[in-house]
Design a binder for this molecule. Structure first.
Ligand code: N01
Length: 545
């Protein structure tokens, strides 16, 4: 232990904390548990009023995870995964939030977490080798806390995107954003509701809202591919079989691209006969969920192969939606899987309801929001409530909104002006002792977030222990290593069809955001192996002092 080190009884000149964690989602919770267990003084600050991160904020009707519950859960504690009972194949938001609260109770995390406290700024003091972090508690006076390490567990989809539609603030009824849903129940019974957007959040909430609303009008800018979840209650025998060898399932998942187990893909869509191909797509469709894009290895690399899957889904929409004009509007034309595939329960069927109407706003643009509704070309559509299902300033939005200044006062938002630049999605040159859990440049949103979070948390925690073991207090990604990683991330993205459309993966949903494919697309196994190699080589590519 050296003079300024992590300690049970810190020196008078030592920082307030060894590690300051921003965010009490699944990353923040595990970080706190793990770092505390390794003897570090760690504390979580969270803007929201409770734990759960994305599952705290996204309480919209129909919110449900698209990774199966038995896989979308922590594996770091065998007793936890044995004890917790998931009841549905895909967990609903309230169940996931209950799980997050259970974890906080079970590991006694509450005393080291502070809620309703926004982290407004983090400034690196190079002389002292610590972060000065400015906290803004709701209704309280701002304060500054010092920490040796600052760990951003801020999530990939946490800053809501509220589009600047003319007249937005003049609307006389209630407005909602799916990612900032109220805590009290929202009752749409008898109301005329407008939903703007047709991404995952809209596709989940529209069927639920349609059941209540007198009239639901959906404003669609881009039609989206969606496959049925085929959700169902979990069979106790199936759960028992998983729990008998939970570790086996987790280990197998780590060998898969997305870190969850689905049937292995067939080699090439084009190598199969049309009949064989349709049978495979149908089998996956009936299985439900994200397994659909795993039908063939070449779906995201070969446009012709991709077309075969897109055609299959378009045919399903045509079969499902009775009004041919509505079906036409709902049929996407771009690459399937380029935007994140949506997973639904009764989405396309909802358009057969007499109280649901679809407006294609490319054909008939929204002119303005008025006091009484939404005005499009040639028509005023009355609404009592508007739901913005318009997504997030993904992956970088939250980090760029915090005033993060590294060495020589360098602002993170300036360093990332042309797009995020990181080493492994975990660290940024110029920003010593700052870590970003599931940051841009890591697999994150292209994988099962839970094991990707665990992999990052364990890597960071091991790194802090290694530094302590060496008597070192500062670690920083080297410029050359970062440049090499960014180049590698870009090369992989360029080879995939995923980088070709206007998705939030490339920042296209936010005006003025640089167009860069942000997540690492090489899959979990290759990524985790590289992280492990770098650590084993004494944190190759990092400067340590
Ligand atoms: O957001 P999105 P989301 N005028 O960005 C439209 C995860 N997630 O909250 O496509 C009109 O996907 C926009 O149109 P366009 C998942 O990773 C997971 O739905 O940009 N429309 C689009 O239709 C997901 O991908 C789960 O042309 C505007 C929609 O709003 C991610 O979160 C559930 C507009 C936004 O779609 C984000 O999903 C929910 C404007 N000005 C979310 N601006 C599950 O686990 C935007 N749009 C199942």
């Amino acid at each position: 232990m050296n003079d300024t080190a992590y300690a049970d009884a810190p020196d008078p000149g030592a920082p307030d904390l060894d590690a300051l964690i921003v965010g009490a989602g699944f990353a923040g919770l595990y970080l706190l548990h793990r770092l505390r267990g390794a003897g570090f003084r760690a504390r979580v600050y969270e803007a929201g009023g409770g734990v759960g991160g994305t599952w705290y904020w996204n309480r919209y009707p129909g919110a449900r995870c698209d990774v199966e519950s038995l896989s979308y859960s922590y594996q770091f504690d065998e007793a936890l995964q044995q004890d917790w009972e998931w009841t549905e194949r895909y967990a609903v938001q309230p169940d996931i939030l209950r799980y997050a609260n259970h974890v906080a109770d079970r590991f006694a995390l509450w005393p080291d977490m502070q809620f309703e406290t926004r982290v407004a700024a983090a400034h690196w003091d190079d002389d002292a080798g610590l972060w000065q972090v400015r906290l803004e508690p709701e209704g309280g006076a701002p304060e500054t806390v010092t920490a040796r390490f600052c760990i951003m567990a801020t999530g990939c989809l946490s800053t809501a995107n509220l589009p600047d539609i003319p007249g937005r603030d003049s609307f006389g009824g209630a407005t909602y954003h799916t990612g900032r849903w109220p805590h009290e129940p929202v009752d749409f019974t008898g109301l005329r509701v407008a939903v703007i957007g047709t991404g995952s959040s809209a596709i989940q909430s529209i069927p639920a809202i349609a059941e209540q609303a007198a009239q639901l009008t959906v404003f669609q800018r881009t039609a989206n591919y969606s496959v049925p979840a085929q959700n169902r209650p979990l069979d106790p025998d199936e759960v028992a079989a998983v729990k008998a060898d939970y570790r086996g399932l987790r280990e197998e998942a780590k060998t898969r691209f997305g870190c969850f187990v689905v049937d292995l893909p067939r080699p090439s869509a084009l190598a199969d006969s049309p009949e064989r191909r349709v049978a495979e797509f149908e089998r996956r469709w009936q299985t439900g969920g994200l397994t659909f894009m795993a039908s063939y290895e070449d779906l995201l690399f070969d446009p012709e192969a991709n077309d075969t899957a897109a055609d299959f889904v378009r045919a399903k929409i045509r079969e499902t939606v009775r009004d041919p004009e509505t079906a036409r509007k709902l049929m996407p034309i771009d690459v399937i899987g380029c935007k994140r595939l949506c997973v639904d329960t009764g989405y396309f069927e909802t358009y057969n309801r007499p109280n649901v109407r679809l407006i294609d706003i490319v054909e008939r643009p929204i002119r303005e929001i008025t006091e009484s509704g939404v005005a499009i070309e040639g028509e005023a559509i009355a609404a009592d409530a508007i739901v913005f299902a318009t997504g997030f300033d993904a992956m970088t939005g939250t980090l760029k909104r915090i005033d993060i200044r590294g060495r020589d006062g360098l602002l993170l938002r300036d360093a990332w002006e042309a797009g995020p630049r990181t080493y492994l999605g975990l660290a940024v040159n110029g920003f010593p002792n700052l870590f970003t859990i599931t940051g841009p440049g890591s697999p994150s949103v292209l994988t099962n977030m839970m094991p990707s979070i665990e992999q990052h948390v364990e890597w960071v925690s091991d790194c802090l222990e290694a530094l302590r073991g060496r008597g070192a207090t500062v670690i920083e990604a080297e410029r050359a290593a970062q440049d090499g990683w960014v180049g590698h991330v870009n090369d992989l993205a360029d080879a995939s069809l995923r980088s070709t459309c206007s998705s939030w993966y490339v920042g296209a949903n936010i005006a003025g955001k640089p167009r860069v494919f942000m997540p690492y697309i090489g899959g979990y196994p290759a990524y985790a192996a590289r992280c492990a190699e770098i650590a084993a080589a004494g944190y190759e590519g990092f400067a340590i002092r």
